[in-house]
Design a protein around this ligand. Structure first.
Ligand code: G4P
Length: 283
């Protein structure tokens, strides 16, 4: 699942994206609903200009419902079509076809005026690694959809998945890379598990999760781990270790084990639906 970024990957991915984007009408951009800004790459706006745009708030099952709503409003206000999805369980997938038609209304209208009828909309899925692109494509295309293979006018080797008579999807998603220069972006990506654990010390990461939770979701940790929260994150971690009997030999507290548990619980939604960044901070 984990992915490491090398400059070579990035250059290749960007080149592929630039080639593929010429072929499509609609960019379907997946973001992680827990960090809709930090899981984007702003270059996509430049790459995808003059294309219809659809943003999917994926993994919406792991993010707070109210914040999902606010983020949807935020992106709609900026001119994107938006759908909240849970690609893993299929939530929101059914509405996508209708939204695609709506997002591409101008193109369809333009075609119609030129006498081109029933030309399917061509779409490409893009997003950072681990955001759920493959899961989404599988959920949307299902097993029934045959690949259409090469067609005249399409770069050789490109495979299109025909979703129905109105929509074709490029079978390989476009990989974007997150913006690493900003440290807070890297931290949030690490918190949700999108960058390799080894880059960060697990206890530091757990500390950041505890800091965020005690500030924004007060009471959640106390309830989950049956301990009293404090503003000192490392004291908190020790209390979690104590409460959950994370012990080394000689009954010393095993805070490394407790940290791993906190990180894992957080990433898998066992601390509840958590959103790490809020639209009000980006107005
Ligand atoms: P990518 O192509 O963009 O790199 O992402 P991919 O589809 O491989 O998905 C990355 C991980 O995110 C997978 O988990 C996948 O199951 C999970 N995922 C995708 N969409 C959703 C969603 O809407 N909600 C939730 N909760 N999870 C989602 P994994 O740990 O790699 O595999 P597994 O645990 O599913 O086996």
């Amino acid at each position: 699942m984990h992915f490491q970024w090398y400059p070579g990957h990035m250059t290749k991915a960007k080149r592929m994206m630039q080639e593929n984007i010429k072929l499509i009408d609609l960019v379907i951009e997946l973001v992680d609903a827990r960090i809709p800004m930090s899981s984007r790459n702003p270059d996509i706006d430049e790459l995808g200009k003059q294309k219809a745009r659809l943003i999917l708030l994926n993994k919406s099952d792991l993010a707070e419902d109210r914040q999902n709503e606010l983020w949807a409003e935020y992106f709609k206000g900026k001119g994107y079509s938006v759908v909240k999805v849970n690609s893993k369980k299929g939530g929101g997938i059914k509405s996508i076809q209708g939204v695609i038609q709506e997002a591409c209304r101008e193109k369809i209208e333009r075609d119609r005026k030129r006498g081109i009828l029933n030309r399917p909309v061509r779409a490409m899925v893009v997003g950072i690694p681990n955001v759920g692109k493959s899961t989404f494509i599988n959920a949307l295309a299902g097993k029934a959809c045959a690949k259409t293979g090469n067609k005249p006018g399409v770069t050789k080797g490109k495979q299109w998945i025909r979703l129905n008579k109105n929509v074709e999807l490029l079978d390989t998603p476009g990989i974007l890379w997150p913006k690493f220069e900003d440290q807070s972006v890297g931290l949030k990506l690490a918190m949700i598990g999108s960058i390799k654990d080894e880059i960060l010390n697990t206890e530091e990461l757990a500390g950041e999760i505890i800091r965020f939770m005690t500030e924004h979701y007060q009471g959640t940790l106390s309830e989950k781990y049956d301990m009293e929260e404090t503003s000192d994150v490392y004291a908190c971690l020790s209390r979690i270790a104590e409460s959950k009997h994370c012990l080394l030999r000689g009954s010393e507290l095993d805070t490394a084990k407790a940290a791993m548990m906190v990180v894992d619980d957080f990433r898998n939604g066992r601390l509840g639906k958590i959103t790490l960044e809020f639209p009000e901070d980006y107005e």
